[in-house]
Design a binder for this molecule. Structure first.
Ligand SMILES: C[S@@+](CC[C@H](N)C(=O)[O-])C[C@H]1O[C@@H](n2cnc3c(N)ncnc32)[C@H](O)[C@@H]1O
Length: 243
């Protein structure tokens, strides 16, 4: 018996991995994070128990995992995007280890990758930024020392900010001194879902542009000069010099 933490991907049911889909279709127990995992990701399952864990507490989730373990049933524990990022699997893993219940992680397509795809761009351009910072905006969960947005922005690397769209004005205020008013920024709502929306602009005008939409959650903020399409050098990877 194993608990499989499976990345469902960003929303489009075709963006789960082949391995993830095989496990979803074969595990007798499915626990899924219903707030961001679309039901279509579970299509074709033959599970005898399927539970949306969105309204449950950690203790209630662990009780279900223990029951499956007692019954010898594999569990597909389905999280949005990639389970290792802001998925709260750490606390579940700690409990499983303490209980001696085996687990495995099956990675998934994270929201940042889906947003880059939606925008049709590369996040690491030579001479512009070779670093991608994945972070979140701090509200309830305090940021550790040295990880305030201003600390990270000093690098002027490409940055993906999760869970922050409601605080866009404050985020922009913290980014502007480092990236400058003209730096491109994008807000992507529900990338890869049928109702996906993309708002692009600069640090100077994005707040106004997003305020004119209904976007309030499930959106990623991407900032950095890589989002400007033109004027950059090619990489050496396919350069003629390699011949
Ligand atoms: C709790 S985190 C989960 C992240 C997830 N584990 C991942 O790898 O993408 C949820 C946040 O991720 C971002 N997010 C998740 N799915 C998204 C999507 N399809 N489009 C845009 N942003 C998304 C939003 O910032 C959202 O508030």
């Amino acid at each position: 018996m194993t608990v499989f933490f499976i990345g469902a991907g960003p929303g489009d049911p075709e963006l789960i991995t082949v391995k993830g889909q095989r496990l979803v279709r074969s595990c007798p127990v499915i626990l899924y994070a219903g707030s961001l995992v679309p039901p279509a990701v579970l299509d074709g399952h033959r599970a005898r128990q399927v539970v949306d864990t969105a309204p449950l507490t950690l203790d209630e989730i662990v009780a279900l995992l223990r029951e499956a373990h007692r019954n010898g049933h594999d569990v597909a524990r389905v999280h949005s995007g990639d389970p290792s990022l802001y998925g709260a699997i750490g606390e579940q893993i700690r409990r499983l280890r303490a209980l001696g219940i085996p687990y495995e992680i099956v990675p998934g397509v994270t929201a940042t990758a889906a947003c880059a795809a939606a925008l049709g761009c590369e996040l690491t351009l030579p001479g512009v930024s070779q670093t991608l910072i994945l972070t979140r905006y701090a509200t309830k969960t305090a940021m550790p020392e040295g990880e305030q947005l201003g600390d990270l922005a000093r690098h002027r690397a490409t940055m993906a900010i999760h869970l922050g769209v409601r605080h866009l004005a404050r985020i922009v205020d913290e980014l502007r001194p480092h990236y400058g008013e003209a730096c491109p920024i994008a807000v992507v709502y529900r990338a890869s879902w049928p109702d996906e929306e993309r708002v692009t602009g600069t640090l100077g005008d994005i707040v106004e542009k997003v305020a004119a939409t209904d976007i309030e959650r499930t959106a990623l903020i991407l900032v950095g000069n890589v989002l400007a399409a033109e004027g950059f050098a090619d990489s050496t990877l396919y350069g003629a010099a390699k011949r």
